[in-house]
Design a protein around this ligand. Structure first.
Ligand SMILES: Cc1cc2nc3c(=O)[nH]c(=O)nc-3n(C[C@H](O)[C@H](O)[C@H](O)COP(=O)(O)O)c2cc1C
Length: 377
């Protein structure tokens, strides 16, 4: 304890010294290009498909790896593939979450196409599916002009966030609020604002977070895609990012690095765990999406539903944070996963997404690679 207090003091001291010696520009640095895809006020591309996809790349997706590859076909078609190099084999061994992340992408494409007066027909897994994703397409797509009703959730696309900060526990969220959000999303989801149930879910969530961080191979999978500071984020606008003046300062004086974050005895690791516990643990309410079976079509549809819920919560002024550790399929997580399913889906089914929901601080968007990098020839 004393050691970590000393380290905190020296970190703060180092940060002050850095600023004092003219390093102000360094600690105040912010990513310059990584958030550019969120600026949608350029003239819309004439090709409706590109317009739909520039919105779709803003979808929530696991570890922000943006695992999408798109091939345009003819004048009105496209094929979506998973980028197989962007999977997470340790924590997502059956590619379930990466498939949900294809669903979130497709749903935003569908909403954006409707805004331009086109229906998007989605044929899932046109060449079949397997236990792991492979080179076969995720979906064959066709855009047809047909004036489908515009979706009121469209306006929320650039404002949607996964808000991983601590939420304001003084501002409760009631079940009536949650029902309003689910209705606005037009989907089926379960939720609770019951203190006893929240506590039971929260305990499992926190156990799962710590377990995953303490298993080197699962923790390493996140560390490998961690981008520390504005410079790394601009160079690799994907993965899990850490930035802001304190991070830049700690990076500059060497307290925070990929190595220290990976070392369970380090100050950086212990502070990271504490920050995760504080944020994941601040849950005014929980909301979750389950499917009757766990096939690929259901995983895609969980993605459609999840992003609709996230957009509807945004419209209602609520923050959401998906928390998937306890739902993952690697052996060490099996007991927690089973306990979570007993709590959330006692009558059977697969819980695909679990999120806390409440009032979080305003936050900015996460990095995105430009659409051009996702277009395959
Ligand atoms: C299938 C899936 C699983 C996710 N699991 C987690 C999670 O366990 N913890 C977390 O902090 N965020 C999780 N997220 C949120 C992503 O990290 C987030 O969408 C991504 O970093 C992009 O950020 P954005 O949603 O704010 O655009 C998940 C998202 C999806 C689609």
């Amino acid at each position: 304890m004393a050691a970590s207090r000393r380290t905190v003091l020296s970190v703060a001291g180092g940060a002050i010294a850095l600023v004092a010696i003219g390093g102000y520009w360094r600690v105040m640095r912010t990513p310059q290009t990584a958030m550019a895809p969120w600026t949608l006020d350029d003239p819309a591309p004439e090709d409706i498909r590109l317009d739909a996809f520039r919105h779709a790349i803003l979808a929530p997706n696991s570890h922000n790896l943006q695992p999408w590859r798109i091939r345009l076909v003819g004048d009105d078609g496209a094929v979506l593939f998973a980028d197989l190099d962007r999977r997470l084999p340790q924590t997502d061994p059956f590619d379930r979450q990466i498939t949900i992340s294809q669903g979130t992408f497709l749903e935003l494409a569908r909403i954006a196409a409707a805004e331009r007066g086109h229906a998007l027909a989605i044929q899932p897994f046109p060449q079949g599916e397997a236990e792991r994703l492979d080179e076969r397409p995720i979906a064959a797509l066709r855009f047809t002009p047909s004036a489908p009703p515009k979706d009121p959730l469209f306006a929320q696309i650039p404002h949607r966030r996964s808000n991983k900060q601590a939420y304001d526990l003084a501002r409760p969220v009631g079940e009536a609020d949650l029902e309003t959000v689910v209705k606005a999303a037009g989907i089926i989801a379960a939720y609770t604002a019951d203190p006893g149930k929240i506590e039971a879910i929260r305990a499992l969530v926190l156990e799962a977070v710590e377990l995953e961080m303490r298993i080197p191979r699962t923790h390493q999978e996140s560390m490998a895609v961690m981008r520390i500071g504005a410079r790394e984020i601009d160079a690799n606008p994907d993965g899990l990012e850490m930035h802001g003046p304190m991070i830049e300062a700690m990076d500059a004086i060497g307290v925070i690095s990929h190595e220290s974050l990976s070392d369970p005895d380090s100050f950086a690791f212990r502070s990271g765990l504490k920050m995760m516990q504080d944020s994941y643990g601040s849950a005014p309410a929980f909301i979750w999406i389950s499917t009757a079976s766990n096939d690929r079509a259901n995983q895609l549809s969980a993605g459609y539903d999840y992003v609709r819920l996230n957009l509807a919560a945004t419209a209602a002024g609520l923050s959401m944070h998906p928390m998937s550790q306890s739902l993952q399929e690697y052996p060490e997580m099996a007991r927690i996963n089973a306990a979570m399913h007993r709590l959330l889906a006692p009558d059977g089914g697969r819980v695909q997404m679990l999120a806390r929901i409440g009032h979080g601080p305003a936050i900015g968007p996460t990095p995105r690679r430009p659409l051009g990098s996702k277009l395959a020839v």
